[in-house]
Design a protein around this ligand. Structure first.
Ligand code: 218
Length: 220
């Protein structure tokens, strides 16, 4: 195998672990009773945007696997089929965000900030939606009995999952829209003719945003 394939593999392992640790030690930042920002999908989007669909899907799969083997998934695991769907299929599907990589590379190379952010938004919406579609379906089939008396499983699953979907999607968009990250990097790359891949990683702000907005779970 050529040397160039090793880097994405290492990044997949690293970013999946970062997603797992973020989920473990942090709690969502509440914006009110209905929506809480949660940044933990960002590492998987970084993989998708840097290396494409397959790397994103592998990262998502490993993140799901880590939750299962460490027991973190225990509260969300009802049956084998449900667990497989929600931890392996759903998390792998975040990688669909990587379909925008060719368009993103092009936009970045052209120095087109607006286009870069539009393409990133499309990727984030696609990946989040694909993941949460599975949670919604699983919610109807497997979690329906937890619905309040008289509420349909469809409505119950929609309410529960749409609120998490919004919190995770919005948080991811906020990180990528941070003016000190993507827009600044697009300019830098254009000027210095650097490798376009640095755009999505060469910024400590991305990680700073995680740290600043999170409390440790043990505090709460
Ligand atoms: C209505 C309902 N309740 C719970 C779940 C399970 N669920 C939802 C979202 C995300 C995850 C993975 C861990 O973050 C799980 C297990 C559901 N699908 N529907």
């Amino acid at each position: 195998m050529s040397k160039t394939n090793i880097r994405p593999m290492i990044e997949v392992a690293l970013f999946a672990t970062i997603a797992y640790i973020l989920d473990l030690v942090t709690q969502p930042m509440s914006l009110g009773p209905w929506i809480s920002l949660s940044f933990k999908m960002v590492p998987i989007f970084l993989l998708s945007f840097r290396w494409g669909l397959k790397a994103g899907a592998m990262g998502g799969l490993i993140w799901g696997l880590l939750q299962v083997v460490t027991g973190q998934a225990a509260g969300g695991w009802l049956t084998l089929t449900q667990g497989f769907l929600e931890y392996f299929v759903a998390f792998s599907l975040i990688g669909i965000s990587g379909v925008v990589k060719p368009a993103l590379d092009k936009a970045i190379k052209q120095g087109n900030k607006v286009k870069s952010l539009m393409v990133i938004t499309e990727g984030i919406l696609l990946g989040s939606f694909a993941r949460y579609l599975i949670h919604f379906i699983a919610g109807v089939i497997f979690w329906g009995s937890y619905a309040p008396k008289g509420q349909s499983p469809y409505l119950y699953s929609f309410i529960v999952n749409s609120s998490s979907f919004l919190g995770e999607t919005l948080a991811s968009l906020i990180v990528f829209f941070d003016p000190t990250t993507i827009p600044r990097q697009v300019t830098k790359i254009r000027k210095n003719k650097r490798n376009h891949r640095t755009v999505l990683i060469d910024s400590p702000m991305v990680f700073l945003v995680f740290i600043t907005y999170y409390d440790t779970k043990s505090d709460g």
